[in-house]
Ligand binder design. Structure first.
Ligand code: NAP
Length: 454
């Protein structure tokens, strides 16, 4: 690298925007490069770890283990964390180009896809992302209200986020008490009257996107039965062909799980989770607030693995008081960067954004909201490989890196939250959690975090 860049610009200064899994995995890949690299990481919130802290369900603590890896990366010499610094507010893309040789955007997907149907914004209709952020104590979602006084909730979409939402609604609240779920959510869930949760898919059981482990877990919840009508599991020739493909083993296993949930189910006195397939949301109804969802029976058409759904004409109404759209997250545009508004991602080639050397993307803002946390490691490695192969095209002048960021932020009066500050917040959260028998009690307001650092 030094040979390509010249000695004047050694070390290579890289700024990563976003401190979730893809940001940290990109930092890890950069530190493995055969050259001297300084990595600065910007995070809008005062606290790091993005979707691992705020996306992973509280009753899945093992999925939070990557935080330990990220902590090791953050302590590496050459790494600096800049929390409480939203890119685009105090620092523009141009500012970052002045301070660093390369910028790697890994700020995830902070928005939601829309159903685009009447009634979507009625009170009682929410995005799953808002609910997930709420029970995980995200400051942006902390003050949201979900009316848990109704008995029937609907989750539209059949991916793992839908499973998380249904499970948190169905799980006995006492089983959540020992998790890091936010206190306000625990209190609200303790008073919840939701008894029936309908998980609605527009396509069939062979196209549902759940992973089998997460799906099976729903059937193991205490005091809850899971139901699927056998008629919903009837398969056409294209679906049978999809399921016969060995690479599609997750869908085949999922079908077996669904089949085990047909027929009379014991214990109907408790909560129920009901799966629906081939039902397309047509509209949400209600005068003042959500009262029902209209679903049109769908028909699959097209070749195996490319089947889409068309309306079959028959519409039924499902009464409900609460609805979560769990149909995928969406990235947001950032001033100064090209944006693919249809996909909600930064357009890229091999992780290179636009035709300028020096701007890159990784994670959900690059490829869209798919994959598990580990998927972001290979994705970030691929982007960093592109970055490294561009070294000879980058500005060879030395760049100020962290010192440049500090100077620019001082000009705006931004209180930077460094990694040592985060470790103080972390210790406070763990101590507060210990008093309540939880792994941590998260601070859920930015003001509270900043006050604790005074
Ligand atoms: P997802 O897996 O992509 O599922 C989205 C669902 O929404 C699909 O069933 C999709 O159906 C449906 N959908 C999209 N547009 C729709 C519309 N207009 N009307 C009705 N349905 C619509 O997304 P996700 O659940 O948000 O999960 C995102 C990623 O995070 C996934 O890779 C997931 O595995 C991962 N995740 C993992 C875990 C875990 O490992 N425990 C937990 C949470 C999330 P079609 O197929 O018909 O488009």
């Amino acid at each position: 690298m030094s040979a390509d860049l010249g000695t004047a610009c050694n070390p290579l200064q890289v700024v990563i925007v976003g401190s979730g899994p893809s940001g940290f995995y990109a930092a890890e890949a950069l530190f493995k490069a055969p050259c001297s690299v300084q990595v600065d990481m910007l995070e809008a919130l005062p606290v790091p770890f993005g979707l691992v802290r705020y996306g992973v369900a509280p009753d899945h603590p093992k999925l939070k283990q990557p935080m330990q890896v990220f902590d090791g990366i953050a302590r590496a010499p050459g790494f600096q964390f800049f929390g409480n610094v939203p890119a685009g507010r105090d620092l523009t893309v141009e500012d970052l180009q002045r301070t660093h040789h390369a910028i790697l955007f890994a700020y995830g997907a902070g928005d939601d896809r829309r159903l685009g149907i009447d009634g979507e914004d009625l009170p009682g209709s929410h995005s799953a992302r808002e609910f997930v952020g709420w029970y995980n104590g995200h400051p942006d979602d902390r003050d949201r209200r979900f009316d848990l006084s109704c008995e029937v909730a609907v989750v539209v979409g059949q991916g793992n986020v839908a499973v998380d939402v249904a499970r948190i609604l169905a799980r006995p609240v006492d089983e959540l008490r020992g998790t890091d779920i936010a206190e306000h959510a625990l209190d609200a869930l303790a008073a919840s009257r939701v008894r029936e949760i309908h998980i609605v898919g527009r396509r069939g059981p062979a196209q549902a996107k759940f992973t089998s482990k997460e799906l099976r877990e729903l059937g193991e919840l205490t005091g809850c039965t899971v139901e699927v009508s056998a008629g919903d599991l009837r398969l056409g020739p294209a679906c049978r062909e999809e399921l016969a493909d060995k690479r599609n083993y997750v869908a085949a296993r999922n079908l077996e799980i669904f089949q085990s949930w047909t027929g009379p189910r014991p214990g109907r006195a408790g909560k129920r989770i009901v799966f629906h397939f081939l039902k397309m949301p047509v509209s949400l109804g209600g005068r003042e607030r959500l009262e029902s969802i209209a679903l049109e029976r769908g028909v699959l058409c097209g070749a195996p693995f490319a089947q889409t759904v068309a309306g079959g004409g028959r519409v039924e109404s499902l009464p409900c008081g609460l609805l979560f759209r769990s149909i995928g997250y969406r990235g947001r545009a950032l001033d100064g960067l090209p944006f693919d508004a249809r996909q909600g991602v930064l357009p890229h080639e091999g992780g290179r954004v636009g035709d300028r050397a020096g701007i890159y993307a990784a994670g959900w803002i690059k490829r869209g909201p798919s994959g598990i946390i580990g998927t972001n490691r290979a994705d970030a490695v691929a982007t960093v490989a592109s970055l490294m192969s561009d070294l000879s095209r980058m500005d060879p002048a030395s760049k100020p890196g962290a010192a440049g960021l500090q100077a620019a932020l001082a000009h705006h009066g931004t209180r930077i939250v460094g990694y040592k500050d985060w470790l103080r917040l972390d210790a406070i959260e763990i101590e507060r959690g210990a008093r309540a028998g939880k792994p941590r009690e998260k601070m859920t307001r930015v003001g509270e975090m900043m006050a604790a650092l005074q």
